[in-house]
Design a protein around this ligand. Structure first.
Ligand code: BES
Ligand code: ZN
Ligand code: ZN
Length: 477
């Protein structure tokens, strides 16, 4: 979808239809009050009314906020995509809401059609924003550019997540990373099985051993001249999670192509950062692996030695993400001295039980740091919830055989015990600088919600960019 700003009043911008947002209060004084009330339009959230005879589409708002404007624009776009209109225009809203409206356009119009033999080409191609004399035009141009970069990165992640496990293998993820590094001028290092063996990443190797698609470690780096901070991002990139020998049920295996969403998210985040040209050095690490069954599969009862030397008792091969992350976190910390380390993983079904299907679980030792993330997520339009650690839960992953066990001895609190497992692979000096995001519930959807349709959502991208943009601002002060 093409979004353009016009330095002209709305009346002189040419388009097929005009978009308006109204709250129930504003409805009383609307030019078409009677026709809208005839259509039972009340100005509520997600209510849309198309007045073809007036070349007008009106959408309700429960209140004036970023979330409501984003949602309203999303409803308008989805409605217009089902019509034959080719262009629509609207006034630039208040500065505070402009980026949310643009997100509603760019994220709401997304549809993945790569596997359709006859993809639908929508008529709607252009959204025009007309200038509002109260504000500085240049300033809006820069908000538009920034929002476009972040939305396109989100859609890039959605595209990757939506690819089948046949197409998006660990090797294909590495090829994607390599081409991203070329277009965006990033450094790129890929480790194959030999490289992983040299690095003693035996936990990650064990998970990938039964697959015909061998694992890859991806390291992308964005290095500006004088960075204000150094950030490490780590993503779980399970291109398929069958559960391994602790095989998943037929029903829970479907959708497990999305188990690479954390890895895809960190690639999308570094893409956006390099396009926004932030003064922050960013390293993105992805553990790209396929968890399969076979004669050489790793087994419940195995003991694995991770990169940092710790031994892990495997009691369930479906708790594979934490094994991959154990090694990738170890590799990342050995190679980059960072100010912060954040990991993104579709790690546990338990996170969905705890927080519901749309919310990312936020875990870590540093309460203040976690709160800064909850705030950034809220501002960005993503949902996040804090899941607190405690010393009792840590006892549940003790092993009689090895240093730590890959599953908890109790069936509750699985998202937190998984994070406490990862804690074993965070170096002492990084404990307070680490945050873990469980995106199991937020990364993928089979039914539309908010700006998302069927498939990958791009969870993690918008909230991380918001957090990093604030970090950059702090550095400038
Ligand atoms: N990839 C799954 C977690 C998951 C489940 C993500 C559902 C998205 C939707 C992970 O590897 C897994 O299988 N976790 C197990 C852990 C258990 C064996 C301790 C789980 O959640 O059941
Ligand atoms: Zn699993
Ligand atoms: Zn998994």
């Amino acid at each position: 979808m093409n979004v353009e700003l016009y330095n002209q009043p709305l009346s002189s911008v040419v388009a097929d239809i005009t978009i308006e947002f109204v709250t129930s209060l504003q409805l009383e004084t609307h030019a078409h009050t009677s026709i809208l009330s005839m259509a039972k339009f009340e100005g509520k959230s997600e209510q849309v009314c198309l007045l073809h005879e007036h070349q007008l589409i009106v959408c309700g708002l429960d209140n004036e906020s970023n979330d409501e404007y984003r949602l309203a624009m999303n409803c308008v776009i989805k409605t217009l995509l089902n019509t034959n209109y080719t262009s629509a225009k609207l006034c630039i809203p208040k500065e505070a809401y402009f980026h949310a409206v643009v997100e509603g356009v760019l994220l709401g119009a997304y549809k993945f059609q790569e596997y359709k033999s006859q993809p639908k080409v929508p008529s709607l191609q252009n959204i025009f924003f007309a200038y509002n004399s109260e504000y500085d035009f240049e300033h809006f141009q820069s908000i538009l550019t920034q929002t476009r970069i972040i939305s396109q990165a989100t859609n890039f992640v959605r595209d990757l997540v939506n690819q089948t496990p046949y197409d998006m293998t660990p090797q294909a993820m590495a090829i994607t990373a390599d081409s991203l590094s070329k277009t965006n001028n990033l450094d790129c290092i890929i480790l194959d099985v030999n490289g992983l063996e040299d690095e003693k990443m035996n936990a990650m190797l064990a998970v990938g051993r039964a697959s015909i698609n061998p694992p890859r470690l991806i390291h992308l780096a964005y290095k500006p001249q004088n960075p204000k901070k150094v950030i490490t991002l780590v993503g779980k990139g399970l291109t398929y999670d069958s559960g391994g020998l602790s095989l998943k049920s037929a029903a829970s295996m479907v959708t497990m192509k999305m188990d690479k969403a954390g890895g895809c998210a960190v690639m999308g985040i570094i893409k956006a950062i390099s396009e926004l040209k932030l003064d922050i050095e960013v390293h993105a690490f992805v553990g790209a692996v396929e968890n399969m069954i076979g004669g050489n599969a790793y087994k419940p009862d195995d003991v694995l030695v991770a990169k940092n030397g710790k031994t892990i008792e495997v009691r369930n091969t479906d708790a594979e993400g934490r094994l991959v992350l154990a090694d990738v976190l170890g590799y990342a910390q050995a190679n980059v001295k960072a100010d912060y380390i954040f990991d993104y993983a579709t790690l546990t079904g338990a996170c969905m039980v705890a927080l519901g299907p749309y919310t990312t679980g936020v875990m870590g030792h540093n309460e203040e740091l976690k709160q800064s993330w909850l705030k950034a997520a809220d501002e960005s339009g993503e949902y996040c919830g804090n899941l607190p650690f405690n010393p009792q839960l840590k006892k549940l992953i003790k092993s009689d055989l090895a240093d730590v066990c890959n599953v908890s001895s109790k069936p509750y609190g699985g998202a937190i015990t998984a994070a406490l497992f990862l804690d074993n692979f965070i170096n002492e000096d990084m404990k307070q600088k680490w945050v873990h995001f469980d995106i199991a519930g937020s990364a993928y959807t089979e039914s539309a919600w908010d700006v998302h349709t069927y498939g990958g959502t791009g969870a993690g991208v918008r909230m991380t960019l918001q957090w990093l943009l604030k970090l950059q601002q702090q550095g400038n002060n």
